[in-house]
Write a new protein. Structure first.
Length: 175
């Protein structure tokens, strides 16, 4: 079985993917067969690919079907961004039963329940990010618990409920 972490998002400075690359290099010292799958594109991609170990696969932009297939196979999704409006990729991963790791920043700390659906790490802590990934890779029972909780948690997010809630808000201001 392949130990794999995934990243889904734009490859831009604010997403801090280089922090994940640094953490992944630390993970590789203890878990040499670990893989990192990168789904997304951006102006930093070429430079990041040059600095990535050979066990990092860059897929670029992928269609939803392939994204879901890879997320279901990944052991963890890692989002090292320093700011997010809302962690949609976290909820998508949770809906696939994939736990998540992220920095404690707005948007991400609101979508990950630390120790329940994933792990939160102090912002910009590359060693902490690596330790969290290694923990998911090493502690199978913990990973399974996070996975089950993440799947259950994701069920509260759906477009029908969101549209009903939004309609209620609009009615409050128009009546």
């Amino acid at each position: 079985m392949t130990l794999s972490a995934s990243y889904i998002g734009r490859l831009t400075r604010a997403k801090r993917f280089h922090y994940l690359l640094g953490a992944f290099k630390l993970v590789k010292t203890d878990v040499p067969h670990a893989k990192l799958w990168v789904l997304g594109d951006g102006y930093e991609r070429n430079e990041l690919e040059k600095n990535a170990p050979d066990t990092v696969s860059f897929f670029g932009h992928v269609l939803d079907r392939k994204k879901i297939k890879l997320m279901k196979r990944a052991w963890v999704l890692v989002n090292p961004s320093v700011r997010e409006g809302f962690g949609l990729n976290i909820i998508e991963a949770n809906a696939c039963g994939t736990p998540c790791i992220a920095f404690k920043v707005s948007g991400l700390k609101d979508t990950i329940k630390h120790g329940e659906t994933g792990l939160l790490v102090d912002t910009n802590d590359i060693e902490g990010l690596a330790a969290a990934i290694k923990r998911i890779f090493r502690e199978e029972a913990f990973r399974h618990e996070l996975s089950e909780n993440a799947l259950r948690y994701s069920r509260q997010f759906n477009w029908d409920k969101t549209s009903r809630d939004m309609l209620e808000i609009i009615k409050m201001f128009t009546d």
